[in-house]
Write a protein that binds this ligand. Sequence first.
Ligand SMILES: [Zn+2]
Length: 438
Amino acid sequence: MKTERLYQQNVYLKQCESTILEVITDLKTMKNLGAKEQPNTFCLILDKTVFFPEGGGQPSDIGFINDCPVSYVFEKDNIVYHQLASPSSSFLGASIENACGKTVTCQIDWNRRFLHMQMHCGEHILSGMFYQEYGGVNRGFHMGSDYMTIDIRLEEKPEFTHFTEDMVSNVERLANKAIWSNVPVSVHYFQKKSEAEVFPVRKKLEIEENISIVCVGSKDNPADCVACCGTHPSTAGQVGLIKIIRMENYKGMTRFTVKAGQNAYNHFVLEHKVLTPLCERFSAEPHQLLEKIKIQEKKSSAVRKELYELKKKMIGNEIQKIESLYASLSTNVLFPPFKGSFSNPIMIQSYDYFNTDDLQTLGRHVTASIKGLLILVCEPALTVLLFSNGKPDCGQLVRENADIYQGKGGGNATCARAIFTKTENLETYLDLLEKHLR
Ligand SMILES: [Zn+2]
């Protein structure tokens, strides 16, 4: 019992009528065969199928059998297994166990399949160019849903030991030229290895029987020729476009992340969407963008430095002002901005141009001069910073009073902070402190 694979005869077949040969519902049997561990699924064996089973780095087709979604297709010992979601009541009547011999309609997700065909063929052409140009051998291939990775080891031309940007651009350009030349892509099936060996394959044949050779272009001078069980379009032009988007070292090889066909187009659409507003923002063409951003960064950095110096100066002035206010404070006269009592004076200073870090710096620098309580208010952040020489206890003033006004914060005896959500709460808290310490 061998499943007839209709995609090998016509890769463009999207639908077929098949006869059910066997229904497998036992989860343990399914698992042993290689099914995915998905609850509420079962497997079907058909006489023939349009579904491509996972293999050769290509994910399986998905689609429908009658109205039942097919989530995974795999093969074992020449039999193709279709894993389906538990059947609806309309699937072949009530009992799936009695479904053998019945006819079903198979329908693949064609968009997904065609993308896989574009990717697989793109991978062949690119790998062929790596091999022809630099003796780079494809040692690993993975196809994801929106990109693929190809691992190339430079091993057949000793003059090339590592990839340069120029080498990669050259391979990419030649691969696209091969695509646009729109040469035919042919698949040749052989029973025995010896029959297949007449083709100029770039990789030694590793299997002995049932070999399929994929040839891009003529057999005598192909863009690529290799054994492969995947699905490919009939002409190279259908790949459309191939683009290497990343290269990195990987276990002594170079791993290329590649997009082909619809994925390459989607990648362009996304980058265009990001790039266009950026170019408008910087009044630049794409090739000038990086230079313009660098100039802008240089300007920003100069402004930041200037701001830092200015703030340093302003904080210095403020330190002097506060210190001189404390120095002129006599024990029997309390003058503005001081409030409270002679024994416990309170000074409140509010700022709209310093952030809380600036005020922290300011407070720490005047700690030695403080008498009573120094309160620095950062207006934009609705934050109050308290400083003292330990009496009164700043942390305690925050812990015991701030939450009454939805203030959050904490600190120690000499330094604490409270953050509020409303200006009026902050002001009421300051009034309370004043009364409390009077
Ligand atoms: Zn292939």
